[in-house]
Write a protein that binds this ligand. Structure first.
Ligand code: ATP
Ligand code: MP5
Length: 257
């Protein structure tokens, strides 16, 4: 059984975060484990409150599962605070496994999910540990320190910060994901679905990527497969749930494959 660990926040609305990741792991037939970094009181229209998990307890969760069950790949999502970034970086540095880092900063609804003073630690401590990093364009620009970059330039700039490869996701743009690794830049194209159900698309994408890396896909092939799955999950999304953008539907996306 392939074993996946998600280090991420909880979305009480069930659309993003740990909940999205566990749905992806179940849909793809792997064993999912979690280290919660924060609880959010969240729905489709916004985040009402955030309760951070103390860094020592994030570390304890990671050590508990790594020590007994073992881990084949890790996905990292919302980290909330600099102290949490630091302990996650410490633990991942000891773990010789593929790591996907989704540098979640702001929810689609506008709420901050990473403190501003945690961005430097994310850039300097965590990004160099990533097999693959998956910022959207806004996150890539912040990491690169240049808010004027286009997606291609942002992918190159984030790659130069140390991850093995980068995908700048294009769900909020034209639907083209830009992949950059040591051999350069490649687009990953596909249909951009007109859908009111995109909540959790980035979480589902990075969780699927971690599964595909654990299963031995090369990073570019994993990124192609993850884009296809995330796009289908958007197309199958639950538009009628809640008053805002509904959650993606990964279970239906896998069945529709
Ligand atoms: N409307 C869409 N149609 C097709 N594919 C989409 C759509 N929206 C997102 N995707 C795909 O989903 C994946 C995640 O991309 P996205 O840009 O939405 O991430 P994100 O902005 O980090 O998401 P989130 O806001 O959930 O964190 C990418 O592969 C992207 O191409
Ligand atoms: C716990 C958690 N993690 C990640 C996201 C980002 O997802 P989105 O950009 O779709 O709101 C979120 N809203 N909540």
């Amino acid at each position: 059984m392939v074993r996946l660990l998600s280090v991420a926040g909880s979305d009480s609305g069930g659309g993003a975060g740990i909940q999205a990741d566990l749905k992806v792991f179940a849909a793809l037939g792997v064993h999912g484990m979690t280290a919660l970094t924060a609880l959010t009181a969240q729905h489709t229209q916004g985040v009402e409150a955030v309760h951070e998990v103390p860094p020592w307890f994030v570390r304890a969760q990671i050590r508990a599962v790594v020590g007994d069950i073992g881990v084949d790949a890790v996905k990292v999502g919302m980290l909330a605070a600099a102290g949490i970034v630091e302990v996650v970086a410490d633990e991942l540095a000891e773990l010789d496994r593929p790591v996907v880092i989704d540098p979640v900063m702001v929810a689609t609804s506008g709420a901050r999910l990473l403190a501003e003073d945690a961005v430097d630690a994310l850039r300097e401590r965590l990004l160099p540990l990533a097999t693959l990093a998956t910022p959207n364009l806004a996150e890539a620009r912040v990491l690169a320190g240049d808010l004027s970059l286009d997606a291609e330039a942002a992918a190159a700039a984030v790659h130069s910060l140390g991850p093995g490869s980068v995908v700048v996701t294009g769900g909020d743009e034209d639907g083209v994901d830009w992949f950059h690794d040591a051999s350069g830049l490649r687009p990953i194209e596909g249909p951009l679905h007109a859908s009111g159900a995109t909540h959790g698309s980035g979480c589902a994408h990075s969780a699927a990527l971690a599964v595909y890396l654990a299963q031995g896909y090369a990073p570019f092939d994993a990124a192609v497969a993850a884009r296809a799955l995330a796009a289908r999950a958007v197309a199958c999304g639950l538009e009628d749930l809640g008053g805002g953008p509904g959650p993606v539907n990964v279970g239906a996306a896998v069945v529709a494959r």
